[in-house]
Ligand binder design. Structure first.
Ligand SMILES: [Zn+2]
Ligand SMILES: [Zn+2]
Length: 305
């Protein structure tokens, strides 16, 4: 696997990984008075390139390993992350708890590939919260807390470049992903809307090839609306008599086909998020582990957005 280096300005570059290729992500390199990288799950050639630099700061966008794979390869660098994702960056046990084995009665950690990569957990040094300005000398950018995909998921606004780096608001044709125990679909919707409302001239995501400069709002809107399509399908399934989470899961609303066994569990967590949201919206109620539509709620009369 090879990366491509794309200059965005004199000091800011994009190290672009192959598009939507787990476990790689796009990395932003900022070579200023301090040298900083945003995320470290680069390809091997890019790792070699980055190790020739003196990296002072690693900014971790969120705790997923396809964003932090090489954090331990830059021991001199400080790591900054959102406080909400600290526990999962620093502790293997806490990380594993996020896959939610306890909810589905299956050890989902068997599907993780941490050990075959030699992944090492590293405690972050510093927290970043929404609105914080990171100043590297000449380059200044702002932290955007964009929760939903994870609790501490962050993006970044580079005002001088008209650029938003939206991380795992990644425009994947699959749509947004919220398949762990620490995700929140309503927050995800709000975070996508926030990026849309910033009206960036340039968008970079962690997994799409970029930078994206045309139809940004349209593409983000279509990506967000996939959530509403799924939610409509959840309502349809309940209406047709699927009342437990597993019955709804086996309607294949999100993944369509479970090519990997763990996908069915990810689907369970994502369906659960929709059902919880529909309860909040007053469309659905729970009777022990079964879910029903309130009287008068029909697939034809919803207003989910
Ligand atoms: Zn992620
Ligand atoms: Zn990602």
């Amino acid at each position: 696997m090879k990366s491509e280096l794309k200059k965005l300005s004199r000091r800011v570059s994009l190290l672009e990984a192959p598009e939507y290729h787990f476990p790689y992500c796009n990395t932003i390199l900022i070579e200023d008075d301090a040298c900083c990288i945003i995320d470290t799950s680069v390809t091997e050639d890019a790792l070699h390139y980055l190790r020739s630099k003196h990296i002072d700061l690693i900014i971790s966008t969120h705790y997923h390993v396809d964003h932090n794979r090489y954090n331990s390869h830059f021991p001199q660098a400080k790591i900054m992350a959102h406080e909400a994702d600290f526990p999962y960056l620093s502790s293997r046990e806490r990380f594993i708890s996020t896959v939610g084995s306890q909810y589905v009665g299956v050890d989902l950690s068997r599907y993780l590939t941490l050990d075959q990569w030699g992944y090492e957990f590293r405690e972050p040094h510093e927290t970043m919260s929404d609105g914080r300005i990171i100043d590297l000398g000449h380059t200044r950018f702002e932290v955007l807390h964009l929760p939903g995909h994870t609790l501490g998921h962050c993006g970044f606004l580079f005002p001088d470049l008209g650029l938003v780096f939206s991380t795992d608001i990644d425009l994947d044709r699959f749509g947004p992903w919220y398949g762990n125990a620490v995700c929140n679909v309503s927050d995800f919707i709000d975070s996508i809307d926030r990026v849309i409302n910033l009206k960036p001239e340039m968008l970079i995501t962690s997994h799409a090839s970029g930078p994206i400069t045309s139809n940004i709002q349209g593409r983000l809107t279509r990506y967000r609306d996939e959530i509403y399509r799924r939610e409509q399908e959840v309502i349809n399934a309940i209406y047709r008599g699927k009342h437990t989470l597993w019955e709804i899961v086996d309607e294949n609303i999100i993944y369509r086909k479970f090519h990997e066994p763990q996908w069915r569990y990810y689907e369970w967590f994502m369906i659960k998020q929709h059902v919880l949201r529909l309860i909040d919206l007053g469309k659905v109620f729970a009777d022990s582990d079964r879910y029903y539509l309130y009287d008068g709620v029909r697939p034809s009369n919803l207003n989910l957005a």
